[in-house]
Design a protein around this ligand. Structure first.
Ligand SMILES: NC(=O)c1ccc[n+]([C@@H]2O[C@H](COP(=O)([O-])OP(=O)(O)OC[C@H]3O[C@@H](n4cnc5c(N)ncnc54)[C@H](OP(=O)(O)O)[C@@H]3O)[C@@H](O)[C@H]2O)c1
Length: 374
């Protein structure tokens, strides 16, 4: 029996996870459900699934990380419950880190949707997971694809991995038009239906920058071993090139229920009734290089990996604030990556950070990003 604690239950990944739990029937049970502040959404989930634990655990504004008071206790009790086998960490942004850390500290499988946890605190998560024996299984479709494709060979046989990007709504737009993009335009993703923050990250390609840092952490790859290609149909989710030149790809419809189910059940595969992929529906699958001039955010991921330490936390925090400010109409679209770049370039870093260092880096970067342009 798969015992699921779901953090971010009322969001886009949360809803897809609930669909998977429904579809798995007697093979899975929802042990705990947690949201930020949406108590009504949580109540509906509780009525249908009857989890033993549930709470709205929204954090204080600007904090990267502790769940305070009673709510934190409920979350930890849910994760520690002997019936819990997997924690789906699917809050949005830095708020996802506490659940990810608690999961690995309690030796539970971490089904990681919240890429920001790995971006901010990758080495810490990996260290804790190594200590407790917790598995970290990616939910992000690209990383799930690579995780699956890696099973075709040994680590030393891998030459590089290829992360695909849809290119977002502005893939074909000229720079001048991108500069004028409105929140409504940026929220219109061509292939995926997702929460607001990740949808904006997909439009700037900051999502791919964060995913590059995530891939570096999850798979122990150097930036030169991770390539990004734009693939507008979002059918090939990721590829691994082996030393002999073979490339193993994972394909599927753009439906997050597939990687979520795999993260819950792997290494087993369970049946599902989700709509099937038919290769004949996709006569043309295209791939192109990303344009670094129109999408400068992408390079910031590589820069953060090269700096290491708290650089991921800084980049993530600056981006989160900039996305909020863009959505609030305070700054234009290009100011998102300009803010992130300026904050990253002016920060000081701690090379082997503990959780306090990560919180401090997150707070300082948020403060800087709120002031930008200075
Ligand atoms: N959506 C996708 O297809 C997709 C794909 C790959 C990866 N991801 C990653 O998955 C994560 C979630 O994305 P999403 O699109 O599902 O976001 P979303 O739709 O905005 O949902 C966010 C969820 O997080 C909850 N939340 C907010 N603050 C919280 C807190 N402090 N503690 C616990 N929960 C909190 C929200 O609760 P309330 O409803 O109460 O606000 C909501 O349930 C992100 O890290 C994203 O990058 C998403």
């Amino acid at each position: 029996m798969i015992g699921v604690v779901l953090v971010g239950a009322t969001g886009s990944i949360g809803r897809s996870t609930l669909d998977v739990v429904r579809s798995l029937g007697a093979e899975a049970r929802l042990v705990g459900a947690f949201s930020g502040s949406n108590a009504d959404g949580l109540a509906a989930i509780t009525r249908e699934f009857g989890p033993r634990y549930c709470a709205a655990i929204g954090l204080r504004e600007g904090s990267a990380g502790q769940v305070g008071g009673g709510a934190g206790g409920v979350l930890e009790a849910a994760i520690a419950d002997p019936e819990t086998t997997v924690v789906v960490s699917a809050a949005s942004g830095a708020a996802g880190l506490p659940a990810s850390l608690l999961a690995v500290r309690h030796g539970r499988r971490l089904a990681l949707a919240n890429k920001e946890s790995m971006v901010m605190a990758g080495p810490l998560l990996l260290r804790e997971a190594a200590r407790t024996g917790a598995a970290i299984v990616p939910v992000d479709s690209e990383h799930s694809a690579i995780f699956q494709a890696l099973r075709a060979g040994r680590r030393e046989e891998v030459r590089k991995v290829i992360l695909t990007a849809s290119g977002g709504p502005f893939r074909t737009w000229p720079a001048e038009r991108i500069a004028e993009a409105t929140p409504e335009e940026a929220l219109r993703h061509p292939t995926w239906s997702m929460g607001r923050k990740i949808t904006i990250d997909s439009a700037t390609l900051m999502n791919k920058a964060l995913e590059l840092i995530e891939a570096h952490g999850l798979f122990g790859l150097a930036p030169g071993e991770i390539e990004v290609v734009v693939h507008p149909q979002s059918i090939v989710h990721g590829m691994v090139e082996f030393v002999d030149g073979s490339v193993v790809a994972q394909m599927g419809k753009p439906d997050m229920r597939l990687p979520i189910q795999y993260a819950l059940s792997c290494p087993e595969r369970k049946g599902s009734s989700f709509s099937r992929f038919d290769v004949r529906d996709f006569a043309s699958l295209t791939f192109e290089a990303p344009d670094p001039l129109r999408f400068p955010a992408l390079a910031l991921g590589e820069e953060a990996v090269r700096i290491g330490g708290t650089a991921g936390a800084v980049l993530n925090a600056a981006n989160e604030v900039a996305v909020e400010r863009f959505l609030a109409g305070e700054i234009p679209f290009p100011a998102i990556w300009k803010t992130a770049e300026a904050v990253l370039r002016s920060a000081t870093f701690v090379s082997d950070p503990d959780l306090d260092d990560i919180h401090a880096a997150d707070r300082a970067a948020r403060e800087e990003a709120r002031k930008w342009p200075t």
